[in-house]
Design a binder for this molecule. Structure first.
Ligand SMILES: *[C@@H]1O[C@H](CO)[C@@H](O)[C@H](O)[C@H]1NC(C)=O
Ligand SMILES: *[C@@H]1O[C@H](CO)[C@@H](O)[C@H](O)[C@H]1NC(C)=O
Ligand SMILES: *[C@@H]1O[C@H](CO)[C@@H](O)[C@H](O)[C@H]1NC(C)=O
Ligand SMILES: *[C@@H]1O[C@H](CO)[C@@H](O)[C@H](O)[C@H]1NC(C)=O
Ligand SMILES: *[C@@H]1O[C@H](CO)[C@@H](O)[C@H](O)[C@H]1NC(C)=O
Length: 469
């Protein structure tokens, strides 16, 4: 059981303890201290003991997050904390004289503070920092850590997109003091503080080195000091690899597959409408597919095969690509023989062909019948079934009935031979065109495969780096 008196005694003890705590009188001490410190304080005064010495300000940057990399407007948006440390000669006190008060938090508009700004700011308000309190210690050391959203201009070079690295500077310096009055010093040799950095999904942070620059301009003797941090980021390619590069490669390989389809399947052209990535390649593949289809469906009535197409698509290209046709072997020998045959054919055409000879006989026959026997005409006969001179002699016998029959038979014979010959020629021309279409297809397949492989390898190899996790 706890009695009422015991409870009262405990409460009394607690009261005594609370009132005896060392901080209990701090309110009064702090009030007096603030009064003594700030009554005489002038925030315009540079707080140094010796006016001819510069005030040293230790400067640092803590990067929290990369919020946005705006390639179009060339702006990098970051969340960062500045870190400013200096010693204020006018803010010192003996802690034992003020009840052990070691430090104070004072709003920055009551104190002198270095006017350090980011030079390459693209912010509407220029300075995007939040004015936090300054922590002042009894020996005068001041610590000011304003957080802020910084919008800095950055020259973004997307030549190697999506395999690109970007280097974005953040240049800090005093806006009005020169190096003889305010000396900025990096607070860490390693540059920016990245211990709190939140990783970015699109960008991999390589590092953030910092550098102090001291520049003396020709006009003025005093140095100008700035501290520049460089945010080095590398684009994560995995996203683009799966969303850009892989589809491109797949689509271009589909363009290649189009050339292996037989033209009769009718899918060649529809396949050509898929592609939108490798515009040049796709466009030319469609054009060539149309050429192939056009060749494939050509007939002898409408299209004669020009000599150059015969030479290129029926002889040289198939020979180079190692293509053959049933019954027609293509080697260098056959190509050379073919051209020699053509020369002979041309020569032969200038002399009399078989059918022309038949016609001549017909004419001669009539002439003979009208003007008497002329044996010399047998000498002009070329060949075939008319070769035997006696047949002609018999046919040349002056008898009007047999003469007309013979004439008739000859005409019919001529017609049938003509027709058969024409059909043969047409079939050959059609098969020639089909073969030419096949050759163009094969040629395109090889050229486009080479183009795709070379282009893909060249692009991937020429990039400075390929994959960042
Ligand atoms: C102030 O500093 C300058 C240069 O460091 C020195 O020459 C001068 O003696 C100093 N004055 C005092 C009062 O300490
Ligand atoms: C602080 O004040 C106490 C008492 O007034 C004195 O003994 C001590 O030397 C002072 N310390 C300094 C650093 O001035
Ligand atoms: C001021 O005192 C703190 C400890 O209270 C110490 O860390 C700091 O170095 C001192 N600064 C100077 C300039 O003496
Ligand atoms: C054969 O007769 C025709 C007329 O019937 C004549 O035009 C032609 O010149 C003659 N041919 C010869 C070789 O005499
Ligand atoms: C036969 O015809 C040729 C021309 O075709 C002529 O030169 C020759 O004199 C003719 N012979 C006779 C016997 O008519």
């Amino acid at each position: 059981m706890v009695s009422c008196e015991q409870v009262l005694a405990l409460l009394a003890k607690a009261f005594v303890l609370i009132t005896m705590l060392p901080g209990s009188e701090q309110g009064a001490h702090e009030k007096r201290l603030l009064k003594n410190l700030l009554d005489e304080y002038n925030i315009l005064e540079r707080p140094v003991a010796n006016e001819s010495e510069p005030l040293e300000v230790k400067f640092g940057l803590t990067l929290q997050q990369i919020i946005d990399v705006d390639e179009k407007n060339q702006i990098l948006t970051t969340n960062a904390w500045l870190n400013l440390e200096w010693n204020d000669y006018n803010l010192r006190w003996n802690e034992s004289e003020y009840g052990g008060v070691k430090d104070l938090r004072i709003t920055p508009n009551k104190l002198w503070k270095p006017d350090v700004l980011m030079y390459n700011s693209a912010d509407e308000g220029f300075d995007g920092t939040f004015q936090t309190n300054v922590v002042v210690k009894h020996n005068g050391s001041c610590l000011y850590v304003p957080p802020g959203i910084f919008k800095s201009t950055c020259k973004i070079d997307i030549t190697w997109f999506p395999f690109d690295d970007q280097h974005c500077d953040m240049k800090f310096g005093s806006w009005t003091y020169d190096g003889n009055q305010l000396d900025l010093v990096l607070n860490s040799e390693n540059g920016g503080d990245l211990s709190d950095f939140i990783t970015n999904g699109e960008w991999y942070l390589i590092g953030m080195p910092g550098k102090k620059n001291t520049i003396v301009y020709q006009c003025c003797p005093e140095p100008y000091v700035d501290v520049t941090f460089t945010i080095q980021i590398r684009r994560r390619t995995l996203y683009y690899f799966f969303n850009l590069i892989v589809p491109c490669v797949l689509i271009s390989s589909m363009a290649l597959l189009g050339f292996t389809l037989p033209p009769d399947s009718g899918e060649k052209l529809t396949l050509g409408t898929y592609f939108n990535c490798i515009m040049f390649m796709v466009a030319s593949s469609v054009v060539l597919t149309v050429v192939v289809l056009n060749y494939h469906h050509r007939t002898a009535d409408i299209h004669e095969m020009p000599q150059w197409i015969k030479t290129v698509f029926l002889q040289w290209l198939p020979w180079i690509l190692g293509m053959g046709r049933p019954g027609k072997k293509i080697t260098r020998k056959t190509i050379l023989m073919n051209s020699r045959m053509k020369e002979l054919e041309l020569k032969e055409r200038s002399s009399k062909s078989l059918l022309a000879n038949v016609l001549d006989i017909d004419d001669d026959f009539r002439n003979v019948s009208a003007g008497g026997n002329n044996a010399s005409m047998t000498t002009s006969l070329g060949g075939g079934f008319m070769r035997h001179p006696t047949t002609i002699e018999e046919a040349a016998m002056p008898s009007s009935g047999t003469q007309r029959d013979l004439q008739h038979i000859l005409r019919e014979l001529q017609f049938i031979t003509n027709h058969m010959k024409k059909a043969d020629e047409e079939a050959e021309v059609i098969s020639d065109w089909k073969f030419a279409a096949m050759v163009v297809d094969r040629f395109c397949l090889i050229i486009f495969t080479m183009f795709t492989i070379i282009a893909t390898v060249a692009v991937l190899l020429s990039a400075p780096h390929i994959i960042v996790q």
